[in-house]
Ligand binder design. Sequence first.
Ligand SMILES: Nc1ncnc2c1ncn2[C@@H]1O[C@H](COP(=O)(O)OP(=O)(O)OP(=O)(O)O)[C@@H](O)[C@H]1O
Ligand SMILES: Nc1ncnc2c1ncn2[C@@H]1O[C@H](COP(=O)(O)OP(=O)(O)OP(=O)(O)O)[C@@H](O)[C@H]1O
Ligand SMILES: [Mg+2]
Ligand SMILES: [Mg+2]
Lengths: 228, 228
Amino acid sequence: LIELRDIRKTYHLGEIPVHALRGVSLDIDKGEFVAVMGASGSGKSTLMNILGCLDTPSRGEYRLGGQDVARLSGDDLARIRNRRIGFVFQGFNLLARTTAAENVELPMLYGGVPPRERHRRAREALHLVGLKGREHHHPHQLSGGQQQRVAIARSLVNGAPLLLADEPTGNLDSTTSEEIMGLFRKFNDIEGITVILVTHEPEMARYAKRIITVRDGLIVGDEPVGKG
Amino acid sequence: LIELRDIRKTYHLGEIPVHALRGVSLDIDKGEFVAVMGASGSGKSTLMNILGCLDTPSRGEYRLGGQDVARLSGDDLARIRNRRIGFVFQGFNLLARTTAAENVELPMLYGGVPPRERHRRAREALHLVGLKGREHHHPHQLSGGQQQRVAIARSLVNGAPLLLADEPTGNLDSTTSEEIMGLFRKFNDIEGITVILVTHEPEMARYAKRIITVRDGLIVGDEPVGKG
Ligand SMILES: Nc1ncnc2c1ncn2[C@@H]1O[C@H](COP(=O)(O)OP(=O)(O)OP(=O)(O)O)[C@@H](O)[C@H]1O
Ligand SMILES: Nc1ncnc2c1ncn2[C@@H]1O[C@H](COP(=O)(O)OP(=O)(O)OP(=O)(O)O)[C@@H](O)[C@H]1O
Ligand SMILES: [Mg+2]
Ligand SMILES: [Mg+2]
């Protein structure tokens, strides 16, 4: 599904370039469940943004489902994202002035899903993540972990075959975190969704089937998750 | 230092009240290091906001340093906060249009610290949290964990005797988390700062000396941290 060849990403901030990715090559097959770990600032979100077509690399090749996406335009990238990729952002990225349910409906608005089906799927997704009864509340009326769960619900509704989740459990207690990870594992095992997850919690990474370790913009580890 | 008696906080959202705090009573002495744990939505941030004079309770009594603060005005609460309390918010609350250094300087602006001293302390605090070289970067140019560390640096600069940190390590890798917790422990042991920390990570809670557990708006556990 995913083929990266020597992906580099450099941010130019005044006089000093920041080399966020220094030559990443990576293959991820359809149906895999991969956890990405590494220190703060090591390049995980940068990698996720490129994988998710939210950004393009400075150099290198990226094929998604056989299609070369590294050099696509904004409109083409948006089209791919809307149909094929679900996101949980590190900062949640909820719209402050819209309700939980409306936030969850958003990807479906772009996908042309009819209102009644949109409402139904949004409600179901919010129930799945433990937020039944809170559909009409705005983000500021929800706790940090509740906002995170709205973001998770939103990632699930467009039925995308690829799910990217950047620190989805950072603000969640252990029990809720394990429920969420169980959900991701279920979507992977049963529906064959490819899941790529950033986490710095080893207990959460163990739900995945493969762990990739990033350090200073490079992949330094890539191993299957053992049974011990 | 802190005396809470039967603190209640109810949010009125349309027809349904949400009882975030249902009668919390708590004493915290000067120089303690307390971790607050509990499930998502259990009332931790609500409790922190009241402790930090960012909000007032619906009912109950709160004495901070012997002074009744439960019913103070916005200006009086702001005065207390600016001089006596450092914060790390769950969502970081950085100003997007200002640099890391300017964000860290903010509490000192309100405290009337002269520019040269402000710059010096901000720079030192950013170095302490591992962000040397990134002083002039804006929040969107920093990773999630780097933004969290700017928030932590900001909490340290006004020399407040009380530090409230709501999930300060949620976006940090283990090594960086332990460095930050070590900093908090050092400020507590050496400078006698009272630290109250929300975390859902047991490994982080062990840096504290007392653990309070919140469930459904009530305190259900209050124990010293053991040596095992
Ligand atoms: N401003 C608000 N308006 C309305 N309801 C709120 C508000 N803030 C919090 N709540 C609700 O009060 C309850 C407690 O929220 P609080 O933020 O204290 O939980 P928390 O323990 O910090 O959770 P988390 O671990 O998810 O951050 C939740 O049900 C939440 O939705
Ligand atoms: N938009 C940007 N502009 C400039 N620099 C950036 C930008 N985004 C990230 N960086 C820098 O690139 C490096 C990698 O950032 P990235 O967000 O990928 O790290 P990360 O591994 O996700 O870290 P964290 O665990 O803290 O979230 C960091 O030094 C960061 O400051
Ligand atoms: Mg990140
Ligand atoms: Mg909270």
